[in-house]
Design a protein around this ligand. Structure first.
Ligand SMILES: Cc1ncc(COP(=O)(O)O)c(C=O)c1O
Length: 381
């Protein structure tokens, strides 16, 4: 545990608490809550004894049924043919299960840098080795570099699209290439797709497990946290190759027993509403994203940011020698705006900040970005 990085959000939270009226462009959450139908379904279910008892480890049949239909119609994944679905307490848990199911201590799992910090943390906690491979200047995959990183201890390559922390939507061709690399080298492809609905303009989400044959080695993970404003209900799920079922269920049984029943009832009702629930929010985010990209773009050459087509993040590169955490602290204390240093995502070479714009209304984001721009200009003058 000593080697595992400490979660960065609480560290920033402490500094923010000392600085009232800070606008947080830090945490990756959305500003809306669950569909009302989800809350009503739970209210009705509270009177049933079964809501308060242990239930099936893989998830409630009613929820698994809806997940199966969603995976088939939206992701091109058929859980009746070679894949299984399992409900977890969020996609973070899905990732932990996946790592435990496929690896033994000392194995290597390849992460594209920048990575989602909890992925690296989970790999290390499982006694495995995260192998870092850089992306290109637009934070897109470099399949040749991934190929070169493979050793006889490699077990999996992880891709996150749309991406946290960059907002990049990874190109379908490069995801197909990664899938082929995994197939050819006997590796698993762990595809984190929790931001699948959050794409803008012409960007399209692509599920690698939809490639014929890829269901045999692809572990796809999803979450209701963002799409349905469900972060506190802790519901995610994964689709995984059926030969991993015994290992997955051992991990699930030990860590969770069964997913929280009340949350699953809410999730089934949310999936009945479907992705149409978040479409208006995504349209609103698309407008906010314009403001963010325009205002940050004006910082060049002091700072640069590649246009990001997905999620609700962008990763700003600041041209300075100042330590990113020290700069983040000054931005909070002196300019009352919080962003997350890129070091948390493995960007140790240079000064980067993740800017998250999902949690706030448009006006607040605009004000926060204004403070960030003014703050960087003032500090780096
Ligand atoms: C890429 C990525 N994967 C997984 C998660 C975890 O989601 P959940 O709330 O479902 O555990 C997040 C949350 O921020 C994320 O950004």
């Amino acid at each position: 545990m000593d080697a595992v990085q400490a979660p960065i959000i609480p560290v920033l939270g402490d500094i923010m608490r000392q600085t009232p009226d800070t606008i947080s462009l830090g945490q990756g959450v959305v500003h809306y809550g669950p569909p009302p139908a989800a809350i009503e379904a739970v209210r009705d279910a509270l009177a049933l004894p079964s809501t308060h008892e242990y239930q099936d480890g893989a998830g409630l049949p009613t929820l698994l049924d809806r997940i199966g239909r969603k995976l088939a119609s939206e992701n091109g994944i058929d859980v009746a043919r070679g894949s299984r679905a399992m409900v977890t307490a969020g996609a973070n848990m899905a990732f932990m299960h996946a790592v435990l199911a496929i690896s033994e201590p000392g194995d290597e799992i390849v992460l594209n840098v920048p990575f989602y910090f909890n992925h690296e943390m989970a790999i290390q906690m499982a006694g495995c080795v995260p192998v870092r491979v850089g992306t290109d200047e637009r934070y897109q995959l470099r399949p040749d570099a991934l190929r070169r990183a493979i050793t006889d201890r490699t077990r999996a390559i992880v891709t996150v699209s749309p991406n946290n922390p960059t907002g990049a939507v990874l190109g379908e061709a490069s995801l197909r290439e990664v899938s082929a690399i995994c197939r050819d080298h006997g590796l698993y492809h762990i595809a984190d797709e929790v931001y699948e609905y959050f794409t803008y303009g012409s960007a399209r989400h692509f599920s690698p497990a939809s490639i014929p044959g890829a269901e045999a080695f692809t572990i796809s993970m999803y979450s209701l946290s963002k799409a349905y404003g469900f972060a506190g209900w802790r519901i995610g799920y994964l689709a995984y190759p059926e030969h991993l079922a015994v290992a997955m269920m051992k991990s699930q049984d030990t860590i969770l027993c069964c997913p929280p029943v009340a949350s699953q009832i809410a999730a089934a009702a949310a999936l009945d509403v479907g992705r149409a629930y978040c479409d208006p929010y995504v349209r609103e985010l698309a407008e906010i994203r314009h403001v963010v990209v325009d205002r940050l773009g004006a910082l060049a050459p002091l700072a640069t940011v590649p246009a990001a087509d997905g999620a609700f993040y962008c990763l700003l590169k600041v041209n300075t020698e100042i330590d990113p955490l020290a700069l983040a602290e000054r931005l909070i204390r002196e300019h009352r705006v919080a962003v997350v240093p890129g070091t948390a995502f493995g960007m140790t070479d240079g000064c980067y900040f993740r800017v998250a714009y999902g949690a706030l209304q448009k006006e607040t984001v605009a004000e926060g970005i204004g403070r960030l721009v003014d703050g960087l200009r003032a500090i780096l003058r």
